[in-house]
Design a protein around this ligand. Structure first.
Ligand code: ACO
Length: 380
């Protein structure tokens, strides 16, 4: 039968389809290996900082001392929010979903961006750095305002990780907590062509700007099959409550063919390399804050899901408890993911713009053809 669509294999969810070339990041699914710009994620997690990692993703190389100083200075100079953006966050109704607020604030940030309307590479880069700088401030402002407190001004002496926690809580966090948070930001910074990054690249490929691409990416990350899984995972643990209930809880869900959140992955067929760092940090901080029972529950769940379904946990499983023991509200876990992943999204947008072609695939048409139009009066 003739069809409107050219011959080519259709794969649901684009599984296994190579949709672009990229030098930003790659994932070796069978080996459980993740590489940013040629550097193994374990090296970055063990030795780097989020600022260095963001620079690496945007520029392709680790910064020299002078480059890092200048990059950090650019971030610090851009952290404050314009009153237009602050007003949007303030005007969010009580109970607003923080991902909706963040998405709207990022979209509005272009109104007051000094480089708005300039789509040169240099201007797009500066816009990217401003977004990286401002996301923690947006997050902090939202959290403070909804708890009836005044938003805080970012502290120049603090790293991006420390500032994020300070802006959320009003307290300067301990070094150990800051380091764990910084490593979590490094681990979430990029992940090849995940759904939100693909969304960002599709938007960027129309020659839309960085703010548009990041706004769309935030919308994609919010879903529970993607970045939203970390909040869902913590809700599950809170429902389970104690290690003795974990096995039966999971078995019942699996028997009903329900998904266990923060398990499974489209690409990894073995342990997600990010999970091993998050597991260790979650155990350490859980112990430090007298909340080791979460780790106990999580180990049981991991064991059961591995045995029953052959699935490993992903990045969202232990990040959930890491943030929980730090006292971060559940609905901010995915927004924190945004504060990190914005660096990867922007690196992909710059890469897309540097060698662009409109992304416009085809659909295999399965609807009817050759139907006869009938006037409304004859349709009953
Ligand atoms: N719990 C139970 N079973 C699962 C899970 C899970 N979390 N994930 C996959 N499966 C099962 C499916 O039911 C299916 O089984 P079947 O073949 O018997 O029907 C099989 O594993 C394959 O699942 P698919 O949905 O085809 O795998 P896909 O590659 O499309 O999905 C995804 C990947 C969306 C991540 C999936 O594993 C999932 O829904 N996980 C839970 C949500 C989650 O954790 N998302 C975060 C991913 S990481 C990130 O985005 C930051």
């Amino acid at each position: 039968m003739p069809t409107a669509t050219p011959d080519s294999a259709f794969t649901k969810g684009l599984e296994g389809v190579v949709a672009t070339e990229s030098a930003v990041c790659t994932v070796f699914g069978d080996e459980g290996r993740l590489v940013y710009r040629g550097y193994d994620i374990h090296d970055l997690a063990d030795h780097s900082t989020f600022e260095e990692t963001a620079y690496l993703l945007l520029n392709g190389d680790l910064p020299t001392r002078a480059q890092l100083k200048s990059f950090t200075a650019q971030i610090k100079a851009s952290q404050k929010l314009d009153r237009v953006v602050l007003r949007i966050i303030k005007d969010a109704p009580a109970g607003a979903n923080p991902m909706h607020v963040l998405r709207t604030a990022v979209s509005a940030a272009v109104f007051v961006d000094p480089d708005r309307g300039d789509d040169s590479r240099a201007a797009e880069y500066r816009k990217a750095v401003r977004l990286i700088a401002q996301l923690p401030t947006m997050l902090g402002a939202f959290q403070r305002l909804r708890s009836g407190q005044k938003p805080l001004t970012p502290r120049r002496g603090l790293s991006l990780a420390a500032n994020t926690l300070y802006l959320l809580t009003g307290e300067i966090p301990e070094t150990e907590v800051v380091r764990a948070f910084d490593v979590a930001l490094i681990l979430h910074a990029d992940h090849e062509l995940n759904a939100s990054t693909f969304a960002a690249r599709v938007i960027a490929a129309t020659l839309a700007d960085v703010h548009g691409a990041v706004t769309g990416a935030i919308a994609a990350l919010a879903g529970p099959l993607h970045g939203g899984a970390n909040t869902e995972a913590m809700k599950m643990l809170l429902d389970i409550k104690t290690p003795d209930r974990a096995e039966s809880w999971v078995r019942e869900r699996l028997a009903r063919k329900e998904r266990i959140m923060a398990f499974g992955h489209r690409v990894y067929r073995t342990e997600d390399p990010r999970a091993s760092h998050l597991r260790r940090m979650s155990e350490e901080l859980g112990r430090k804050f007298g909340q080791s029972h979460w780790f106990g529950i999580q180990r049981i769940i991991e064991d059961v899901v591995k045995r029953e379904k052959g699935l490993y946990c992903n990045v969202d499983f232990y990040s959930a408890t890491l943030y929980y023991v730090m006292g971060i509200p559940l609905d901010l876990y995915t927004p924190i993911f945004v504060a990190s992943r914005v660096s990867g999204w922007c690196a992909h947008v710059l890469e897309q713009h540097a060698d662009n072609r409109l992304i416009r695939p085809r659909a295999e048409y399965v609807g009817p053809l050759n139907r006869r139009w009938t006037p409304l009066r004859k349709r009953g």
